[in-house]
Design a binder for this molecule. Structure first.
Ligand SMILES: N[C@@H](CCC(=O)N[C@@H](CS)C(=O)NCC(=O)O)C(=O)O
Length: 199
């Protein structure tokens, strides 16, 4: 059985959500970051970077949540990755776009809220300004579409959706992003998401 080392939230959620979506049984091995289990030598053998998630499938060990989703998709249901070369590439494009442009600014709010970074209003302001630029782009992209790639739910919705789940720590004016809010509500009401965050 596939093993995931990680948690129910953060980057690991990408993998737990996709595994549930594809109805693939898996075993979640909790790694407690507060207790620094990710820095123990046993875990560092799996991922020398000391980060979760890690996938283990037999002897095969893989890190990086989006690479793990590529593996899960390829192995169990390749269409979830996009059903044409263009759609697959677009799925990667949006997954990387969100991770590289949105996530680091969401992390400012998240880390300050959790006390990992010191309170700094100026940094929060800068992060919010940057987020507004990128969220406008996502909003315009989603207008007239049900999902990121159009009418089909794909791995891009999961990868980008998890990045967007960090938004709750940044004080955003959601009235500016009604289509994004509707899309997020739609994808996070899927049983696969609810199972991943609850169980
Ligand atoms: N790019 C990595 C990021 C993984 C990551 O940032 N994991 C966080 C939890 S969400 C972590 O393990 N943090 C602990 C640390 O960096 O010490 C991925 O997508 O898998």
């Amino acid at each position: 059985m596939i093993k995931i080392f990680g948690s129910k939230l953060g980057s690991t959620l990408r993998n737990n959500w996709l595994l549930n979506e594809l109805e693939v049984p898996y075993e979640l091995n909790p790694i407690n970051l507060k207790e620094r289990e990710n820095r123990k030598s046993e875990f560092l053998k799996l991922n020398p970077t000391g980060q979760i998630p890690v996938l283990m499938d037999g002897d095969f060990v893989l890190t990086e949540s989006m690479a793990i989703n590529e593996y899960i998709g390829m192995k169990f249901k390749p269409e979830i990755l996009g059903d044409t070369p263009a759609k697959k590439a677009e799925a990667w494009k949006w997954s990387l776009w969100a991770y590289l442009n949105l996530q680091r600014y969401f992390e400012e709010g998240l880390y300050q809220a959790l006390g990992i970074r010191e309170k700094n209003d100026e940094n929060l302001k800068v992060a919010k300004e940057k987020l507004e630029v990128y969220l406008d782009i996502l909003e315009n992209h989603l207008i007239g579409k049900k999902f990121i790639l159009g009418d089909k739910f794909t791995v891009a919705d999961i990868n980008v959706g998890v990045t967007m789940s960090y938004a709750k720590y940044s004080e955003l004016d959601w009235a500016k992003y009604p289509t994004t809010a509707k899309w997020l509500e739609l994808i996070t009401s899927r049983p696969s998401y609810l199972k991943a965050v609850r169980e």
